[in-house]
Write a protein that binds this ligand. Structure first.
Ligand SMILES: [Zn+2]
Length: 134
């Protein structure tokens, strides 16, 4: 429920290589280079992409970093992409047991998630203007 959500209108930026890809472009690159899907790292340098998502309606345009559940740390701000896109902070170091990770969140209860799933971590908001990256 907090894991595995990606969005139709999202873009991927590598801050090191200064590249900016649309979803279609990234899919094509992954195909061409025979990369598996589901990783959110730059295909050139391996840095984590920043994911720039554009939403219609009442939600702000958000910048995410996608982390595997097993890589979450205390203090990470996880975006719950159900309901209201609220940000909940990881309160303690998550406990990983046999592929299941126990996480306690601020202003929420604790949940158990699969270690290999990924979540959206909040980086910031943006104005939705993709032209600056071209
Ligand atoms: Zn890169």
């Amino acid at each position: 429920m907090i894991t595995g959500n990606s969005f139709e209108n999202e873009y991927y930026r590598c801050r090191k290589c200064r590249t900016f890809h649309s979803r279609k472009e990234l899919e094509k690159m992954r195909e061409e280079r025979n990369y598996p899907d589901g990783r959110w790292k730059c295909l050139d340098c391996g840095s984590d992409f920043w994911v720039y998502a554009k939403f219609k309606g009442k939600f702000p345009n958000m910048i995410f970093e996608r982390k595997l559940v097993k890589d979450l740390e205390k203090g990470n701000k996880v975006v719950f992409t159900i309901d209201d896109f609220k940000v909940h902070e990881v309160m303690d170091e998550p406990k990983n047991t046999n592929g299941k990770v126990y996480i306690s969140f601020s202003n929420y209860r604790s949940t158990t998630e699969n270690a290999e799933d990924w979540v959206n971590c909040f980086v910031g908001e943006w104005d939705g203007d993709t032209s600056r990256f071209k």
